[in-house]
Write a protein that binds this ligand. Structure first.
Ligand code: COA
Length: 735
């Protein structure tokens, strides 16, 4: 680890960036190694507060007080040219005058002074700046220029920057409170990284009533330099953090986010709430921190690929946090429910099924054991109903029998306030039972108000998540199971590999199109590209004249299909540009006239290259395989039901092509309703799923090899009992 001496800047030891090649490469290497390390940002030996003030109403005063109050054991240096002492500590006029070089400077000076202070910090050898000052990118124009200047100063000195426009950072294990929040969290295992400063302070305050403890709070602010990926990576390294929570409005760098989150998810759960999913939400997000919200679909695909658990709401984010921070991962999806009333038991059963979990089927011995002590009217099958007159002892025995069953992976215990219910004693019995089965997660739903609160609170304080209603508890158990199930795939990722691929042929086609400045490939070119990557296409040839069409059809054999070939016509069927089942030469001539007549009546001025003659393929399951490119995460591959109803049915699943695995392709096929058809619907023979998966994979590899392909549609692809045929292929090439 490199600690600069006093007066030595962070970059002084790096070779000149404008030196010879090898020196530049070395400079780059040193800079990268140095810049990625964030441990001493959270575990500093000394911290300066620049803009510290005696005035208790000022933020600079709050930050210094917070650092003192939290029990920070390192050296603390207030910096303010007007004061000799603040908060009982000697005060220094500027960073250059400090008695030692702190690793971190928290800056709370007015915006015009920030650049100057940052420059002084860089010269003094400070490594990290936490800039709380607002008035940067989020204000646009001049603010954006200020932010660029601040970042340039940081880069020049090899400093890393948190913010600007943030609340600050906290670490309960150091302990350090380099923020102006009004309180300091209870120590715990959850790291919360937030793009909204307001959420940091609100969640902090709220956490006291929920009993949640935190390892870290990070307010990202404008993310001029350090962003969510850096802090996820750092929290993954942090031994005190067991769960990583993020609230984000956008990601600064898509591929880097995926890399950091995927690597972190192999070690601990990463749970993300991404706002701006609705169109108006996205607009609010862009005006909030100047963030440009990407398409939600791409975010979902990226999170899935990275193993990130996506929360649907703030409440769910923290429900999941609580359960991951306290409970073990379940071995499987089988849930047992113990309740003192029938209705809630049914609601819980519905929730189990809706979330894709299973109601456990008990062992014979468990059922016999339950029968022994439960009243005759009780239900001894899952959900176990111990009845409204159950006291804690009946609960205790029922929970012990159920959780001890080898067919149970997790348990939900529910109780409603009847006259004899003992909420606290029942809670205590659950704590004991859970302690005897440390490998099985348990959650509780103590339904009611003040009567049940003490029991619920008792559980939370002892590390058992307690909800008011069953559904959030079941969703939390689903989160545990999903993470556990997905982790294996993250740990052993398979890679897509295909033989029979000819990139040179694709390069030739793309070059020809580029030379003629044609962004949309001709159908015959698109078919050539597909064939070069081993995608089976229906035989297709372009005819410039009617006579040529007849000759090609004769060669191919009848019946054939005629399709107009024009770069501007997207939906050929809609304009009468397609004639199918053409049985002979005379019919080809007639179809030629019909297609040309239809197209020219719709688009009199359109460019028509001719008419494609395609071998008429026998009918199969109509599928679509396509590609789109997202600004943040790159290419996504789509799969679903194809044909003319594709937009209407919207039965399509998406995945990122980057790092796509065979397992993910199987998942995306199974997610669609098309899968039901492919398996053989109503006595039809099952389709060749391997060939379907191969087509998806080959398309993904094609666009990874040729990223200039911005869009691709194969619609329809016919799937047969043996093999597939791509009928209509459209490829668009961009920058
Ligand atoms: N070096 C050291 N101290 C300096 C300084 C410098 N170059 N320039 C000014 N100071 C001192 C001031 O003298 C003052 O101390 P004093 O009270 O002893 O006079 C202190 O720094 C603060 O400066 P002041 O002008 O009083 O500003 P302020 O405290 O009213 O506001 C900010 C400063 C940073 C809090 C304010 O500009 C701001 O950005 N507020 C919004 C913060 C925010 O919401 N962040 C985002 C959260 S999501």
């Amino acid at each position: 680890m490199f600690f600069p001496r006093r007066g030595q800047s962070n970059t002084e030891r790096a070779p000149a960036a404008d030196g010879p090649g090898w020196e530049r490469r070395r400079a780059g290497r040193i800079a990268v190694r140095y810049l990625r390390e964030l441990t001493s940002l959270f575990r500093p030996r000394a911290v300066a507060v620049v803009g510290a003030s005696k005035d208790p109403a000022k933020i600079g005063n709050a930050i210094l007080r917070n650092m003192q109050k939290c029990g920070f054991a390192g050296r603390l240096f207030p910096v303010n040219p007007r004061e000799k002492e603040i908060g009982g500590l000697p005060c220094y006029p500027g960073p250059a005058q400090l008695p030692e070089v702190p690793e971190v400077a928290v800056i709370s000076v007015p915006v015009p002074a920030v650049a100057g202070v940052a420059e002084e910090c860089g010269r003094a050898g400070i490594r990290y700046l936490v800039v709380v000052t607002a008035g940067f990118k989020e204000t646009g124009g001049e603010g954006l220029a200020r932010e660029k200047e601040l970042l340039a100063i940081c880069r020049r000195h090899g400093m890393r920057l948190v913010g600007p426009n943030c609340v600050g950072i906290m670490d309960t294990h150091t302990p350090m409170n380099a923020s102006f929040a009004s309180s300091f969290p209870r120590p715990g295992k959850i790291a919360f990284i937030s793009q909204s400063g307001a959420f940091v302070v609100a969640i902090l305050d709220w956490s006291f009533q929920t009993g949640l403890g935190f390892s870290r709070f990070v307010s990202l602010g404008n993310k001029a330099d350090l962003n969510e990926a850096d802090f996820i990576e750092e929290a993954a390294r942090d031994e005190e953090t067991r769960v990583i929570l993020c609230y984000i409005e956008d990601v600064a760098d898509g591929p880097r986010f995926i890399e950091a989150a995927r690597s972190a998810s192999r070690q601990k759960p990463v749970i993300v709430l991404k706002s701006g999913t609705s169109a108006s939400g996205a607009r609010a997000a862009s005006s909030h921190t100047g963030a440009l919200a990407g398409s939600d679909l791409a975010y979902s695909a990226a999170f899935r690929h990275a193993g990130v658990i996506r929360a649907g709401s703030m409440a769910e984010l923290f429900d999941l946090a609580g359960v991951f921070a306290t409970q073990p991962l379940p071995a499987g999806r089988r849930v047992a429910v113990v309740t003192n009333s029938g209705g809630p038991g049914i609601v819980a059963t519905d929730a189990v099924e809706q979330e894709g979990l299973e109601m456990a089927r008990f062992d014979r011995a468990t059922i016999d054991a339950l029968r022994e002590f439960l009243p005759a009217e009780s239900n001894v099958y899952n959900p176990v109903d111990v009845l409204g007159d159950a006291r804690s002892d009946r609960y205790r025995r029922a929970m012990a029998a159920v959780l001890g069953d080898g067919h149970v992976d997790a348990m939900l215990v529910m109780t409603c306030p009847a006259a004899v219910t003992e909420p606290e004693e029942t809670a205590a019995a659950l704590v004991e039972c859970a302690a005897r089965h440390p490998a099985k997660p348990v959650v509780a739903a103590f339904m009611g108000g003040p009567q049940m609160d003490r029991g619920a609170q008792f559980l939370r304080e002892r590390g058992i998540p307690a909800f008011t209603f069953p559904e959030p508890g079941i969703r939390a158990l689903k989160g545990l199971h999903a993470y556990h199930a997905g982790k294996a795939a993250l740990e052993n990722p398979q890679v897509l590999a295909f033989d029979n691929i000819d990139p040179a042929a694709v390069e030739e086609v793309l070059k020809a199109a580029a030379e003629e400045k044609r962004p949309v490939l001709l159908p015959s070119e698109a078919a050539r590209v597909a064939r070069a990557y081993g995608i089976t296409t229906a035989p297709t040839r372009l005819a410039a004249t009617c006579a040529e069409a007849v000759r090609l059809a004769d060669e191919m054999g009848y019946p054939v299909v005629l399709k107009v070939a024009s770069p501007k016509i997207m939906h050929k069927t809609d304009v009468g540009g397609v004639v199918t089942g053409v049985p002979n030469a005379a019919a080809v001539r007639q179809a030629w006239d019909t297609v040309m007549g239809n197209v020219l009546s719709h688009f009199p001025l359109s460019v028509i290259y001719g008419i494609e003659v395609q071998k008429m393929m026998p009918p199969g399951v109509e599928l679509i395989v396509g590609i789109t490119r997202d600004v943040h995460f790159g290419h996504m591959v789509a799969f679903g039901l194809g044909g003319i109803y594709v937009n209407l049915l919207q039965d399509v699943s998406f995945r990122l092509t980057q790092g796509l695995t065979p397992g993910e392709i199987q998942e995306m096929i199974r997610e669609t309703r098309a899968f039901t058809l492919l398996r053989g619907y109503r006595g039809e023979a099952p389709a060749d799923l391997e060939a379907v998966a191969g087509t998806i994979g080959r398309v993904a590899v094609l666009v990874q090899d040729f990223p200039t392909i911005t869009e691709m549609d194969i619609n329809p692809v016919f799937a047969y009992a043996k093999g597939v045929a791509a009928l209509d292929i459209k490829i668009t090439v961009g920058g």
